[in-house]
Design a protein around this ligand. Sequence first.
Ligand SMILES: N=CN[C@@H](CCC(=O)O)C(=O)O
Ligand SMILES: [Mn+2]
Ligand SMILES: [Mn+2]
Length: 312
Amino acid sequence: MTPAEPWTGRDDGPGTGPRWHQIVTIGEDARSGAVLIGFRSDEGVRRNQGRPGAVDGPAALRMALAPLAVPPDLTVTDLGDVMVDSDLEAGQQHLGQHAGPVLAAGRPVVVLGGGHEVARASYYALRAGERLADNRLGILNLDAHFDLRSADQATSGTPFLQIAEDEQRAGRRLDYLVLGIARSANTSDLFETADRIGAEYRFDLDCQEADATAVRGQVASFLDRVDVVHLTIDLDCLPASVAPGVSAPAGLGIPLPVVLAVVSQVARSGRLALLDIAELNPRFDQDARTARTGARIIHEVLTAWDRTEGER
Ligand SMILES: N=CN[C@@H](CCC(=O)O)C(=O)O
Ligand SMILES: [Mn+2]
Ligand SMILES: [Mn+2]
């Protein structure tokens, strides 16, 4: 683990209400409230023939979060970063070991990626935190891609097939819902794999603003049939104009208001255990647009999560 750097940002003086950089505890755990942990990894994207740069995602997300205004009752601890080298599998296990105890304590956890291989690291954390025993895991992925590739090693394109197989070995069945699938960005074998593992998906064309009520209904059915939710946001689920800083920008994408409505719905459900944000690549970002969008998503989730925990 690498400790987090001190957070800095604008200070409007006494009585003005806090910003994120003023409330985040670093170095020492606040022992309650939400927890951030970074997953500095490029290895999954590199193995998946993508554009490297996701290793700097956690720092860019922190920088974008720092100036945002927070509600007075939000408590956040930044545990720092897990550094990932060419041994991606060890890095994924590492994150699981570090985040497991806070998940075991029932605290909201936000993992800052890293390529989408971060999702399997998050899964290890849920397992280490004993959130899966006797519970039905639901993964809600907002993504233009299935990430159900079959490969001889982990990449940013394999995590959800690996997790489905992990859950099968444990005698459980993963409930996997993907919103924002681009038909043109997924080959036919991926659709076949999705069908084989019983995944549910919704195309990007059916996740536009006019579809918001139907999207909400599909998410509500998903929430009803699972016990523990892992919410994973691949920033390439958004239009390239909103999220240019990713390895594989989307041609269409889900509009940001629809994404924010979905993540708030999940955060309010009382079933959310962990959020991860994947694929932010600051090298290709423009004016920190993608980082700011990722930060807004985290802000929205933690605001709803902290205030309504346990509510359905
Ligand atoms: N994280 C995964 N990403 C996509 C990458 C697609 C691309 O580079 O075009 C995938 O493997 O399908
Ligand atoms: Mn993607
Ligand atoms: Mn992905």
